[in-house]
Design a protein around this ligand. Structure first.
Ligand code: ZN
Ligand code: ZN
Length: 823
């Protein structure tokens, strides 16, 4: 380094620049971060929240301002996310000392931030006997705590949240107004003196009889009750939850009985990772997700040294664990060495209760004790569920921590008009399109349940207000009976806006393409959509589809074998019906009896009302043919005897089949271990389809030989993955010159199956296809609304473009995107 010669230089002139920041910048401690940064760089000016995000005016030299912007983007608070920064010269004057100005109103545009789990600093505070918030169950700061679940309108300010009725005490007020404090403008700030309070009560109206003096407080008493085997209900961020000791089979059995939930796995919560590690393998990726601000339920392999009772997750090889998500959970579990069941406060498939009235009406028969509090819940939020597959975190249920963070639509969608896509029927969500972004609602549940459907309608209204949304069109599934589609038709009529109907599996493919940022003008990709059931454009039921698709349309290139579903909806619940239909379609009863009469599955099916089933199938009454991959899984699961009579929840038969897969057989290099499928063409349409006849002969043969079920399950998964890839190669027609497609998009609920997903994805990559799959959005029908929105947006954008070109308008108010050719 050489000494610089002293030069007399005039200081560079100061300029004033206006900086507009968009993204997740409100309610996350963004302004204090900027305040500290501006002061440390000696800049003057101010910063404010407004309807567009954050607006700054800074005075300084060009160099310093450039450094400031660069560091602002790099040193964001933990929950912040900058999407866009815009600068322009400003001609007014600014305060000499950099300051934070109060929020101003206006047309809301900015994001509503998802709730975040308690941060490490707050967790330390509530366990510190010398801290002001020692054992305070509603502690939060700008890095953590409730957001979406308490907000009623935006901008996100205390007055617009359910914390509004609580008047801040002096100490909280001082923290709230000190930009150097972690709680500066933490809108939900509260403490023992001024905030919401928890209260333990008995739901049967009797007085609490145990010795409360031996407990630290009402929250600690919950821990004592759990240790004694009680089922306790408590009110947390997004609704009511029910907890009990997960290590006691008798308590779990009692909860199942009271909750009328026979086999669906329960979610678990543990104090820390060490407790979880006794039961599950927790690798680095699992640990990162468990401790993330989203704090979802993570599906983990249940292969630790200790085992939980089988009735926690009957027949499954995974357990769904989360860490304490709120201060309340931290305090309840502090003395708890064991994991607890932490399930939503509802009966059967109803939505979880969020008000005290709902809770006492729906839950009084389940728990004896309830820990309640006096802060209202604005929006119900279930716990989110993720699974790590092929090394990546995949959201299977998107709610707390994730919703309503928007998904940016791919290039080409910038000019999309405001739209509302209504989603499907099971695992329903809806989706708003606004400003080139898709805002997916949290998981709503199964709309067939009346209370869930009510909730869905209320949330449609809430979202409309919260995002100041005025849809120019509604989008729905083509299914004639989906409640979401019926509601969309009625509303489009009433509001005189167009309704766009989208084919179910096309929506799945578009959802996968959209979340992978596939551009609007991208070449068509092959969508492989494997799910239970969806309405096909030919009026039959689809569920195992190979579609050449873009956002603008699709062509069905291949499918699974259509097999009758005797009893219709009943066949989706009773796996044996699909097995029977498959066997009758492939070999008939006489041949089945001739070769396999010794199998117990033969005796089982012989005991069923076969004559009735044969008659309805022969006369095509209430036995629609379905090309469904989900129903094939049901049939195989029934054949092996894993789930034969009835499924307790959607996908149970398939989940149990996946759970037992023998890893050695699966990973064995001998490809001949895979069960054979063939790919002939359907009579009539000539459509290639996956024919399982040879697979059935092989499975039944293996059953005769007494081959272990895990080996059969592995051979089935491996065979199916091979067949799917063989179909893809056949459809790509690479040998005829340029391939028809390079990109393959995997979607549909069957891809929640880790074994199937990983095997199909690996084999496709080995064949040099670019594989798209779901990560931010569920592969199941929870992701449907995003695809519907993208397809409708593409349609409206192209309509506007062609209208501009041709300068013609036509008065169509309804259109169906049935089967436009993609090529
Ligand atoms: Zn915090
Ligand atoms: Zn206070």
């Amino acid at each position: 380094m050489t000494m610089r010669e002293p030069v007399l230089e005039r200081a560079p002139p100061a300029v004033i620049v206006e900086i507009r920041v968009r993204g997740r910048v409100q309610g996350v401690g963004f302004r204090p971060t900027v305040w500290r940064l501006a002061r440390s760089l000696g800049l003057s000016g101010d910063v404010r929240n407004d309807a567009d995000g954050v607006l700054l005016r800074v005075r300084g030299t060009n160099d310093t301002i450039a450094t400031f912007i660069e560091r602002m983007e790099r040193e964001q608070p933990p929950l912040g996310r900058i999407d866009h920064v815009e600068t322009r010269a400003h001609s007014g004057c600014v305060p000499d000392e950099f300051c934070i100005v109060d929020s101003v109103g206006g047309e809301p545009r900015t994001q509503v931030t998802p709730d975040a789990v308690i941060c490490p600093e707050c967790a330390r505070e509530i366990l510190d006997p010398f801290a002001r918030r020692f054992r305070y169950a509603f502690t939060n700061c700008t890095h953590c705590g409730p957001r979406f679940s308490i907000v009623r309108s935006i901008p996100y300010d205390r007055g617009n949240t359910t914390t509004a009725p609580f008047v801040m005490c002096e100490a909280c007020g001082a923290e709230f107004t000190d930009p150097a404090d972690r709680r500066f403008h933490a809108e939900a700030i509260a403490c023992h003196a001024c905030g919401p309070k928890p209260r333990l009560l008995r739901l049967d109206g009797r007085a609490i009889s145990f010795d409360q003096h031996s407990m630290l407080d009402d929250v600690d008493a919950v821990c004592g009750l759990l240790q004694k085997g009680e089922i306790v209900e408590h009110r947390v961020l997004g609704g009511y939850q029910i907890a009990c000791d997960a290590t006691r089979a008798d308590v779990v059995a009692r909860l199942r009985e009271l909750k009328r939930r026979d086999a669906k796995p329960f979610a678990l919560m543990a104090r820390d990772l060490d407790v979880i590690r006794r039961y599950c393998t927790v690798d680095a990726a699992h640990a990162a997700e468990l401790t993330s601000p989203q704090g979802p339920i993570v599906l983990l392999p249940a292969d630790g040294l200790h085992r939980l009772p089988d009735n926690v997750a009957p027949g499954l090889a995974t357990l769904g664990f989360m860490l304490p998500t709120t201060p309340l959970h931290v305090l309840v579990l502090q003395r708890m060495e064991r994991p607890v069941v932490m399930t939503s406060g509802n009966v059967s498939d109803e939505p979880q209760a969020i008000t005290e009235t709902q809770a006492s009406a729906r839950l009084s028969g389940i728990a004896t004790y309830a820990l309640v509090h006096d802060r209202a819940i604005a929006t119900r939020l279930d716990d989110s569920v993720v699974r790590i597959m092929a090394g990546q975190v995949r959201v299977l249920r998107r709610s707390r921590g994730f919703a309503p963070a928007p998904v940016r639509l791919p290039p080409g969608f910038e000019e999309a008009p405001e739209l509302l896509a209504m989603g499907g029927e099971l695992k329903a969500t809806f989706c708003l399109v606004k400003n080139g972004e898709a805002i997916l609602s949290p998981h709503q549940g199964d709309l067939e349940d009346a209370a869930t459907f009510d909730d869905y309608r209320n949330n449609l209204t809430l979202f409309r207000q919260l995002f100041d949304h005025a849809p120019k069109a509604l989008v729905a599934d083509q299914h004639p009976e989906y409640l979401s589609a019926k509601l969309a038709r009625a509303r489009a009529d009433a509001d005189h806006i167009p309704l766009i109907e989208v084919q179910h599996h096309h929506a799945h493919v578009a959802s996968c393409l959209a979340e992978n940022g596939y551009p609007l003008d991208g070449l068509p990709a092959l969508g492989i959509v494997l799910d239970g059931l969806g309405w096909g454009d030919d009026g039959t039921v689809w569920g195992g589809e190979f579609l050449l698709a873009g956002y603008g349309g699709y062509r069905r290139l291949g499918t699974f074998k259509p097999v009758a579903m005797p009893g219709g909806a009943q066949a989706a619940r009773e796996p044996w019906r699909n097995l029977y239909a498959h066997l009758m379609a492939e070999m008939g009863w006489a041949r089945f009896t001739m070769n396999f009469a010794d199998l117990d599955i033969h005796a089982f099916l012989a005991g069923k009302p076969r004559a009735t089933l044969d008659a309805i199938m022969r006369n095509a009454l209430n036995s629609p043919p379905a090309s469904s991959c989900g129903r094939l899984f049901d049939a195989v699961s029934a054949a092996i005897g894993l789930c034969r009579e009835r499924q307790a929840y959607e996908g149970e038969a398939a989940a149990r089949l996946e759970a037992i897969v023998d890893r050695d057989t699966l990973h064995h290099e001998d490809e001949a271990l895979a069960y054979p499928f063939s790919i002939p063409n359907l009579r009539g349409s000539g459509l290639p389809y996956i024919e399982p006849l040879a697979m059935w002969d092989a499975i039944l043969g293996d059953l005769v030989l007494g081959t272990p079920a895990p080996v059969i399950a592995a051979r089935f998964h491996k065979g199916l993955a091979k067949a799917i890839v063989a179909m893809t190669l056949k459809l790509a027609r690479r040998d005829e010159g340029a391939a028809l497609f390079e990109v393959v998009a995997l979607s549909g609920g069957c891809f929640q199956n880790r074994v199937l997903f990983e095997d199909v994805a690996r084999r496709l990559e080995e064949e040099n296809f670019t594989v798209f799959s779901h990560a931010q959005v569920p592969p199941n029908d929870g992701g449907l609304a995003l695809g519907q929105a993208a397809i409708a947006a593409a349609h409206l954008i192209s309509t506007t473009q062609s209208q501009t070109k041709q300068k013609q308008t036509d008065g169509n108010t309804s259109c169906a995107l049935g089967s436009p050719a993609a090529s």
